[in-house]
Each structure stands twice: as structure tokens, then as C-alpha cells.
Ligand binder design. Structure first.
Ligand SMILES: Cc1cc2nc3c(=O)[nH]c(=O)nc-3n(C[C@H](O)[C@H](O)[C@H](O)COP(=O)(O)O)c2cc1C
Length: 207
């Protein structure tokens, strides 16, 4: 059975392009792999807290206080969801040339030495092997070509963070020029939906 973890991070609610495309991706994957299990996490509705002294100690230190233990428990839960997933579907709007802070907080909680990566003599090694990720990138402008390529701090960052945990089989679906008017928006969404259908067909039914 295919296990899918779908994460949304847009604050735009039902107007969100990435949410619509995450839904589309989950539907296409489930159609390709009937019986797939889907776990959903909405980081806007249910945000992972930003790091504080307590949550930092909980995630990266030796937790002892109630707040530290709660942070450790949340980190454990988020990592367990990731470990259980064969496919991660990540909705990642571009906010200020990078990712929403709620998504950054999620990464702050799942990037944990000894759990999702480890340090070796040869350098860091990702521990989440054999997974696939489909990352939905919605952007107001155009970054895949032209002068703004150099200020795309979203895709290279996400590629690196996922790769750092060992998730190197990543497909990026870009819905660009969302801010260029209704026609450009509709075109971008239609192109993304077509790409998602192709990607979903190629995902094996069982991992
Ligand atoms: C806080 C915020 C910051 C944004 N920053 C950028 C940006 O740096 N570059 C860009 O092209 N679009 C930017 N946008 C536009 C969004 O990327 C675009 O609206 C996209 O559709 C958002 O994804 P969503 O529809 O899933 O919320 C920004 C939007 C918001 C709300």
C-alpha cells in the first residue's frame, strides 16, 4: 500500500493555488494506487511553533521541562509521519522569494540529527532513503527562466533540505506567473495539473 503524506503551507485558504494542486496530486496518486493511505497536515491551520528556548531544547537538546517534552513529542510525531510516507506531497508557495515561515518551522522540527540525518566522517548523511517527493511551487512571478532565476531561494532551498534528509527523488511542479492576471493564472494551473497527471502515473503502486 502506498503511504502519502500531504502537507499544505499556504495561508490563502480556499484561494490558494498550491492547496488546489496538492489536492489534485493526492487525487491523482490515489487514482494510480487505489487503497493508498493519505495523511494530511495543514501547517497554516495547525502551525508548528517557531523555535524558542524551550522548543529548541526539545527538538535538539535533552528535553526535561513540560514545554521541552511537548516540543520533542511534536518533533517525534512529525518525523514519524515522514518516515511512514512513501511519497511526500509538499505544497510550498513562494513567500518573499523563499518558503512560508510555517513550512520553515516544520523543517526545523523534522531536521534532527540521528533521526532524519546523521553526521559521518564523510560528512552528513540523510536517513530517509527510498522516498519520493512531489513539491508544488506556486509563485506570483516567473523564476524558472529569465533574470529572476538568480533570486529563486525557494526551489534550491527545498531541494537541499529534502536531500539533506536523504530524499533526493524530488519532482518540482511549478505554477508560475500566478500574479500576471486571470489568463496566466489559469494557464499555469492547467499546465501544472497536466504535469501532475504524468508524475502520478509514474509513481509505483507499492513502494
Ligand atoms: C506573503 C507573500 C509573499 C509573496 N512573495 C512572493 C515572491 O517573493 N515572489 C513571487 O513571485 N510571488 C510572491 N507571492 C505571491 C505568491 O507566490 C502567489 O500568490 C502564490 O500563488 C501563492 O501560493 P498560494 O496561492 O498557494 O497561496 C507572495 C505572496 C504572499 C502572500
Amino acid at each position: 500500500m502506498l503511504n502519502i503524506l500531504a502537507i499544505d503551507s499556504s495561508s490563502a485558504g480556499s484561494a490558494s493555488v498550491s492547496r488546489r494542486l496538492v489536492d489534485e496530486t493526492v487525487s491523482a496518486l490515489v487514482a494510480a494506487a487505489p487503497g493508498a493511505a493519505v495523511v494530511r497536515r495543514d501547517l497554516a491551520a495547525d502551525p508548528v511553533p517557531h523555535l524558542t528556548a524551550a522548543t529548541l531544547a526539545g527538538v535538539r537538546g535533552e528535553p526535561s521541562s513540560e514545554a521541552e517534552l511537548a516540543a520533542r513529542a511534536l518533533s517525534d510525531t512529525l518525523i514519524a509521519e515522514l518516515e511512514a510516507a512513501d511519497v511526500l506531497v509538499l505544497g510550498a508557495p513562494m513567500y518573499n522569494f523563499s518558503v512560508p515561515t510555517v513550512l520553515r518551522s516544520w523543517f526545523d522540527h523534522v531536521l534532527r540529527a540521528g533521526r532524519t540525518f546523521r553526521y559521518t566522517e564523510a560528512g552528513p548523511e540523510g536517513l530517509l532513503k527510498g522516498k519520493r517527493a512531489i513539491v508544488i511551487e506556486s509563485r506570483g512571478g516567473l523564476y524558472s527562466a529569465g533574470p529572476a532565476q538568480a533570486i529563486d531561494f525557494q526551489e534550491p532551498y527545498l531541494r537541499h533540505l529534502l536531500g539533506f534528509m536523504g530524499v533526493s527523488d524530488v519532482r518540482f511542479v511549478r505554477a508560475e506567473k500566478i500574479g500576471f492576471g486571470p489568463e496566466a493564472r489559469a494557464e499555469a494551473i492547467a499546465a501544472a495539473v497536466a504535469e501532475i497527471a504524468d508524475i502520478a502515473e509514474a509513481v509505483p503502486v507499492a513502494a
